[in-house]
Design a protein around this ligand. Sequence first.
Ligand SMILES: Nc1ncnc2c1ncn2[C@@H]1O[C@H](COP(=O)(O)OP(=O)(O)OP(=O)(O)O)[C@@H](O)[C@H]1O
Ligand SMILES: [Mg+2]
Length: 509
Amino acid sequence: MSKKDEFFSHITGGYTCKGDFIILGGAMLDGEPLADAHIKVPLKTMNRHGLIAGATGTGKTKTLQVLSEQLSLKGIPSLVMDVKGDLSGVAKPGKENAFITDRHTKINLPYTTMGFPVELLTISEQEGVRLRATVSEFGPVLFSRILDLNDTQSGIVSIIFKYCDDNKLGLIDLKDIRKVIQYLQGEGKAELENEYGAMSPASTGVILRKIIELEQQGAERFFGEESFDVMDLMRRDSNGNGYINIIRLTDIQDKPKLFSTFMLSLLAEVYGRMPERGDQPKPELVIFIDEAHLIFSQASKTLLEQIETIVKLIRSKGVGVYFITQNPMDVPSSVLAQLGLKVQHALRAFTAADRKDIKLTAENFPISEWYDTENALTSLGTGEALVTVLNEKGIPTPLAAMMVRAPMSRMDILTAEEIESINRSSQLVTKYSRVVDPESAAEMLERKIESAEQRRSEAEERKARQRDSTWRGSTTTARRRTATHPVVKVLTSATFIRGMMGILTRAMK
Ligand SMILES: Nc1ncnc2c1ncn2[C@@H]1O[C@H](COP(=O)(O)OP(=O)(O)OP(=O)(O)O)[C@@H](O)[C@H]1O
Ligand SMILES: [Mg+2]
């Protein structure tokens, strides 16, 4: 057998699938792709997470695009964090060119162009489906994590949430929780101390300061109603193709804390809402996080632990999480260890530190007699990558250099008119642009304070009248102000997330 034939059977044997799969590209030997040596990813192990890494311009985002397209064709929806804003093109058919025809001929894969069902989601003022969550839904554990509070301060946050639960105060946005804290330090102080214990002013001061810090990062935009139902991410179009839900996060790059908070809350919500599933033939949802270094770079230790835990657990719900970043070292090793699929595009060796990273990256791949991994890492072309996935038994497949197939959709962004037209025809945009203004804690407390003042002044009036009447011997009917009856917003208290965060906290211990 020639070396090529031997390699061919090594790849086809290593990438055999009994169940359904998607094809990512074709294997390459000595820099040349082979026809029909397809790299197949079993759908069965796509909930085992993954990493797409590589230097800038090497093809990471296009690999993500290919993955989301192929999943969509299998009826699997995805959620894509589009930090650079270069993914919206997936809604429209691509254009075939010589570069694409050439690669598809070499790997022997048919090529057609097509656009995919897309929803554009936003947490900012951009047009699209508004993503929001209420503070109540966050629950005390996650909320404290976001604020990076210590145990004492987190304890206080738990008391505040408990107080709000008991008193049916809906914490909708950050303003509400600030108001509650202020109330409990002032008018409500005695009531709180009687029933729940005292809060130290130093701790509440820290909490308030951190809430303001979060607000300054723009978090106010995504705390509120109508909160997003993550089950809306699981849709298919009339052809049975999975929706590619793109969250446009172009204006969040300089707000890493907000980004990681948002990510974690979203993962927690998805985890909380999805039923437990055993081994499934395919995932329910795949989440892609482009520019993932943004979540890890400034996340606190506790937040990282939380991300690590949820990544570990969410798999059992049939959800796969894929991180896309330049350097695999951007991802903490505890998370890295959980990633089944690895697509490593070229790395560049500019500095000594780069060379060290390349060496480490190479060591993290299965040993191969066909490649000098370290060398291969620096010599891959655009849209080429080293790959290993988990086979249906959950064992890593042989390492392969791969020519990635080309996306079927547009490799460029949508025009403003195209974006507008998608949003106009979106059912979700209509659903989530509804203005919901539930009675929130801030309003209710304001009224409580008001009516306390009212009662006080009425009592004073009464006393004055009594004095008056004893003196003048006459009764005057005082004008009675109508008492306010706060409309109680029934909270779905201790929402799923909270239950889930309890599980997480236990799991972490
Ligand atoms: N699979 C592919 N098929 C065809 N062309 C590709 C493929 N992958 C990459 N390219 C080409 O390479 C260019 C850069 O790819 P891409 O935007 O995915 O890089 P990237 O690694 O995400 O870069 P950055 O780090 O800057 O985000 C694309 O615009 C496209 O022209
Ligand atoms: Mg990119």
